[in-house]
Design a protein around this ligand. Structure first.
Ligand SMILES: [Zn+2]
Length: 647
């Protein structure tokens, strides 16, 4: 990212970011049944450990009371859902064929502990509610959720932000496949469904993207300090509610990593500001209402060489539709430094209707659409050079609905950005997901009696409020004699427990292991090695093998590279793939002797101080294949012997 792109005047933009953190808890059961969370049998779709069942959802906007754009969006079509359930770790509660069991005491106590730590006011009576969910991720069509406490504050750096609510809720099913666009069937795994989540919602932060990241980091540390939360990718999910210039609030979902927050806020604030500025320019040129015409232009494209159009027209009743926007030339293709542009927004919307995307006048001729086709389209349909047009192709039904949605989005271009829910990528970009839902419709869960928290429970929990992060990290670093630059990131990382197990089970020095888990892991992931995918158990096994001298320290990174590609590899296979067959002792002696022989004059001239030069030469040959310590020992001995022989 270039320097200018990272600078953002958040005050001038009136940037506001509400942070909502969803943290999975490390409980032994799910929130409303005795099944264990995170078994993962369901990850393989066809397996003798799983079973599946199907449901059909007909989300009608009318069933949801007041008109909700998100519900309306989901009611575009009937949704068929396939659920995959573990035979041993899933019960009738997840399948919604049995009422929920009483709430997990463990989970409730953890949520209460967070509330106490954040000085949030605990509700006198806790009511479990049903929140309607329209995407099929819950077998029941709703999510159970309870407000545990209201208010409170989070202190971070030298600032503070108010806590709005702290809730306890069940996680949704895990999306395995979204075939929504192809045959209308979505697949969810039930391993995650019902896992307890604590949701902490903070008041909007008016600060820089870094401030938002700091608040999230502090909150994450506080939750982890209780020792009661799940660790690993996907166990913490942040939603960001971002707005600029007092405009509509954009909800960005699925931010899983801390370093993503800053990027998402920067991207999204810049995107929103860009569309505000664009809107101003559009109003100045054309006014506040666009003149948009929609017409079918299929006949012009029957022999088109565009693959997208060919594919769209190859199936049954399909057509090409052209939206013409009067006087709009140049606005669809305009982009900011992050490549945000109206054309991209329109394309993402079209895709949610199963279309391949859009073509627009600012980018044509291109993508197989010729100059002749564009000219003919313009002359036949009276589209002047000052006008813009957008082409979509697909089934008659999809193009009709998509055209309506695109017109709506185009009209919004005269105002700014519409309220939407967007998904975040790891790089921090956001993409349209669906219109923003209205206030969630909730009603009481009558299968669960209201919960009263006894003063004794609160007294007991008050004694368990964790020490501040700074204190904990200090005692951790002291225990293992780690400098802060290793102790702090390791304490925060998901590999902290692994580190402690490695130290307990091996003879490796703590500082070496810590440095590997922090610095080498960072270097590896920057080089595209997905170390984050490697399970703790596998890493523990590798450190044990290293400690037992089964391979050299230098080989560890290379072995991890291989294992990150295939976690089923044995150590021997990984070594072989990395080209690191081990060198036996007698082979090493032979190599060392050869090098001494080749450099004997230097050795005689310099004596034992030739050691380091020779060491470098030997290591060039054997790096990764034998432990450096052993090379050092062997060289010292053989060099002494050689010099003695010559003197
Ligand atoms: Zn269950």
């Amino acid at each position: 990212m270039s320097e200018e792109k990272t600078i953002l005047d958040h005050a001038e933009m009136q940037l506001k970011v509400g942070l909502e953190v969803h943290q999975q808890l490390a409980t032994s059961t799910k929130l409303f049944c005795a099944c264990p969370p995170f078994v993962g049998d369901e990850s393989k779709e066809i397996s003798d450990k799983t079973t599946s069942f199907r449901r059909i959802l007909r989300p009608a906007a009318s069933e949801l009371g007041e008109i909700d754009e998100a519900a309306e969006f989901e009611s575009r079509h009937i949704i068929r859902v396939k659920y995959i359930a573990s035979k041993t770790a899933s019960c009738l509660v997840e399948a919604d064929e049995e009422p929920p069991h009483p709430i997990s005491k463990e989970a409730l106590e953890t949520a209460l502990l967070f509330s106490l730590a954040l000085k949030s006011r605990i509700a006198d009576e806790i009511h479990v509610m049903r929140k309607i969910v329209v995407d099929g991720s819950n077998t029941s069509g709703f999510q159970r959720t309870a407000v545990i406490s209201l208010g409170g504050e989070l202190l971070y750096n030298d600032a503070k932000v108010a806590v709005q609510t702290i809730g306890l809720e069940e996680d949704a099913g895990r999306a395995v496949r979204d075939d929504n666009q192809h045959n209308g069937e979505r697949t969810y795994a039930l391993d995650r469904l019902g896992t307890p989540l604590v949701e902490v919602a903070l008041a909007p932060i008016q600060g820089s993207p870094q401030d938002v990241e700091s608040a999230a980091r502090t909150l994450g540390r506080l939750m982890r300090a209780t020792g009661r939360v799940a660790r690993g990718l996907g166990t913490i999910r942040q939603d960001l509610n971002i707005s600029v210039m007092n405009g509509k609030v954009i909800e960005v979902k699925g931010v899983q990593r801390l370093d993503q927050i800053r990027k998402v806020v920067l991207f999204e604030a810049s995107r929103q500001k860009f569309f505000f500025d664009l809107a101003k320019e559009i109003r100045e040129r054309i006014g506040g209402m666009l003149e948009i015409q929609s017409q079918e232009v299929t006949s012009l494209f029957l022999n088109s060489n565009s693959n997208v159009i060919k594919k769209a027209l190859s199936t049954g009743e399909s057509c090409v539709v052209c939206l013409t926007i009067k006087g709009f030339a140049g606005f669809i293709g305009r982009e900011n430094g992050f490549h945000s542009r109206l054309g991209k927004e329109l394309g993402a919307i079209a895709k949610t209707y199963g279309l391949g995307g859009v073509f627009h006048s600012d980018e044509l001729p291109n993508y197989g659409i010729t100059h002749e086709e564009v000219s003919l389209l313009r002359s036949k349909h009276g589209i002047t050079i000052d006008d813009a047009f957008v082409l979509i192709a697909g089934s008659r039904q999809s193009t009709t609905k998509a055209a309506d949605a695109l017109k709506k989005r185009l009209q919004h271009a005269t105002i700014g950005v519409p309220a939407e829910t967007r998904a975040a990528s790891l790089e921090g970009e956001t993409t349209f997901l669906r219109p923003r839902p209205g206030a969630a419709r909730m009603y009481p869960e009558t299968d669960i009696p209201l919960i009263q928290v006894s003063p004794d429970t609160l007294t007991m929990l008050r004694a368990k409020i964790p020490e501040p992060w700074e204190k904990q990290v200090n005692s951790f670093s002291n225990k293992y004699d780690l400098p802060p630059q290793l102790g702090e990131p390791l304490f925060d990382s998901e590999r902290k427990d692994l580190f402690e197990r490695v130290i307990e089970n091996t003879k490796l020095p703590p500082r070496y292991v810590a440095s590997f888990l922090v610095d080498s892991f960072l270097a590896l992931s920057r080089n595209g090695v997905r170390v984050d995918l490697i399970a703790d158990e596998i890493l523990l096994g590798l450190f044990e093998a290293l400690s037992a001298g089964k391979f050299a320290k230098e080989a560890l990174s290379e072995i991890l590279k291989q294992i990150s590609l295939d976690q089923n590899l044995t150590l021997e296979e990984a070594l072989a793939k990395a080209g690191l067959g081990l060198i036996k002792d007698d082979e090493l002696v032979k190599i060392v002797d050869e090098i001494i022989e080749q450099n004997i004059e230097l050795a005689m001239a310099k004596g034992p101080s030739a050691h380091s030069i020779l060491m470098g030469k030997v290591m060039q040959k054997v790096r990764g294949k034998v432990d450096g310590r052993l090379v050092n020992e062997t060289l010292t001995k053989r060099l002494a012997a050689a010099l003695k022989g010559k003197s």
